[in-house]
Design a protein around this ligand. Structure first.
Ligand SMILES: NC(=O)c1ccc[n+]([C@@H]2O[C@H](COP(=O)([O-])OP(=O)(O)OC[C@H]3O[C@@H](n4cnc5c(N)ncnc54)[C@H](O)[C@@H]3O)[C@@H](O)[C@H]2O)c1
Length: 118
């Protein structure tokens, strides 16, 4: 497994591309922080990863909210002590989101400022 002992944060991991990335990272051995605005689907992805005997932690995260993103990263470090990989599934380029990295309550729900790393 190519990602043994690596820690990954995947946003939008409750569905679609983000979920597929989270499962793939887990299958490659990574510990996955499942960050998702929808608590039900986010928790389901984390449960699915654990059913594969891999490690996952769900953190309810709206990537448009700076405080949520901070908590997401803090949780990753508290739980696993490091972050090696990050993938952002809900993009930060919709509408005027690119000009307001963390948006506000009137902004598009999919805007966000968490960059892909790794
Ligand atoms: N599917 C494609 O073919 C495709 C192609 C190009 C670009 N994209 C872009 O990639 C991104 C993901 O596409 P998808 O098909 O996987 O979408 P999807 O709707 O299947 O999944 C997106 C996930 O992100 C979550 N999400 C939405 N807003 C969020 C927020 N503010 N904070 C945290 N989580 C949030 C949703 O709840 C959902 O679980 C989108 O931005 C889409 O525009 C998709």
């Amino acid at each position: 497994m190519r990602l043994n002992n690596r820690v990954a944060i995947v946003t939008g991991a409750g569905a679609g591309i983000g979920k597929a990335i989270a499962l793939r990272y887990a299958c490659e051995g990574a510990k996955v922080v499942v960050a998702e605005i929808n608590a039900e689907t986010g928790q389901a992805t984390a449960d699915e990863i654990r059913s594969l005997k891999q490690e996952a932690t769900f953190v309810r995260t709206d990537v448009a909210e700076e405080s949520d993103v901070r908590r997401m990263v803090e949780t990753a470090f508290e739980r696993y002590g490091r972050v090696d990989l990050g993938r952002c599934a809900p993009g930060g380029i919709d509408g005027d989101g690119a000009e307001r990295p963390f948006g506000n309550s009137k902004g598009p729900r999919r805007s966000g400022g968490f960059p892909s790393i790794g």
